[in-house]
Design a protein around this ligand. Structure first.
Ligand code: CDP
Length: 243
């Protein structure tokens, strides 16, 4: 949430951020696939202090019948923040924010999953945020595309979730919690690392065209770095190096 607290110091004298990162430096990312034995596919993504886990079930017959599509599968995406994922306990349940994030995540994934391969079926994608320190929708999207890949669901490309934003009139990559709380803008994106396609984009706050272009440049640079980590995670389970 953008508070617009102009007096909160988020950049140090030397131009680095409070956690020591450069303006164009993302938080460390770690990824594993196949972490949940009961699911067809699963992934664990740690991005800075965020932890997202995703389980994929299916393809299975779509129920109830009214949600079925004759020509393709439907994605049933559910993003949820665990009650213990933030300092202040989150009220359990599917709130407005979770509904919105689930919807935009589903739309991002629909752009890459070959849904036409599975008519009348449903693929369930469950994203659980275990630790939330800003940027959880992005960590969730990355985790979901990895879990779908782990489930062997055919896709045109993976999707990397990554955000840039603005703090103290400066564009920075991958906002942390303080930067998100006290910053001026946030630009989360879903990027296909092979095709360079943009399958998800939101903007909170205001950016000039120049700031937007720089934020997207940072997002694309980070997406390429995260993609390498995704490929390595798949190679760790399946061998090889292509994805
Ligand atoms: O997590 P993301 O940046 O995608 O979404 P946000 O709505 O901009 O939330 C930013 C951060 O605020 C979350 O990652 C949480 O750390 C925190 N938050 C919270 O403490 N309680 C909520 N109900 C929602 C968000």
């Amino acid at each position: 949430m953008m508070g617009g607290y102009g007096d909160v110091q988020l950049l140090k004298e030397d131009g680095t951020r409070l956690d020591g990162r450069a303006v164009d430096e993302m938080r460390p990312v770690e990824i594993k696939v196949g972490v949940l034995p009961a699911a067809q596919g699963s992934a664990w993504v740690k991005q800075g202090l965020n932890v997202a886990v995703c389980a994929v079930y299916g393809p299975m017959e779509a129920h109830p019948r009214k949600i079925q599509r004759q020509d393709r599968a439907v994605l049933d995406v559910r993003y949820n923040m665990a009650p213990f994922s933030t300092g202040e306990r989150i009220r359990p349940g599917f709130n407005r924010r979770a509904r919105e994030i689930s919807k935009v995540t589903a739309e991002a994934l629909e752009s890459v999953v070959l849904l036409e391969r599975y008519p009348r079926s449903k693929i369930r994608v469950e994203i659980e945020i275990l630790a939330a320190e800003a940027g959880t929708r992005c960590a969730g999207i990355t985790a979901a595309s990895m879990a779908l890949a782990d489930a062997g669901i055919p896709m045109r490309d993976l999707v990397v979730g990554i955000a840039s934003g603005k703090i103290q009139d400066t564009v920075v990559l991958d906002l942390d919690k303080a930067e998100d709380n006290y910053g001026q803008a946030d630009l989360p994106a879903g990027i296909c690392p092979n095709t360079g396609e943009l399958v998800f984009l939101q903007m909170d706050g205001d950016l000039s065209i120049e700031e937007y272009n720089l934020a997207m440049e940072y997002n694309f640079k980070a997406a390429a770095e995260i993609h390498e980590i995704m490929v390595a995670a798949l190679a760790a389970k399946y061998g090889g190096g292509e994805a």
